[in-house]
Design a protein around this ligand. Structure first.
Ligand SMILES: [Zn+2]
Length: 113
């Protein structure tokens, strides 16, 4: 499972980062998952819950923010939120001529002491 290896990677990164700064507790971590990032937010969240046990993220509040890609319709020029890569304009069902954002997968912030 792709999300599971990503979850392990995030924990690894956070562990290294907190070690470097001599921090021992993480209160909160915020992660941004774009709808076109190839990561399924819910699957990622449950994968993360599975692997945090015994790590310094075990009791942390983990916030997963899903961000949408915005496509511009190639026919009516309307901007619309894209939940998936093949999303079409809600009005004319055309594919977008331009897509902005939605491909990020990143740790936005970590609150630790
Ligand atoms: Zn349209």
């Amino acid at each position: 499972m792709h999300e599971l290896s990503l979850a392990l990677e995030v924990i690894d990164l956070v562990s290294k980062e907190t070690q470097k700064k001599s921090l021992s507790r993480v209160f909160e971590m915020e992660i941004e998952v774009g709808t076109l990032s190839g990561v399924e937010a819910e699957t990622f969240q449950s994968a993360l819950e599975m692997v945090v046990k015994g790590t310094l993220l075990e009791d942390s509040k983990i916030i997963i923010n899903q961000t949408f890609a915005v496509g511009t319709c190639s026919d009516c020029q309307k901007d619309f939120n894209m939940k998936e890569r093949m999303a079409t304009c809600p009005d004319c069902r055309s594919y977008p001529s331009k897509i902005i954002g939605g491909d990020q997968f990143r740790v936005v912030s970590i609150l630790a002491e």
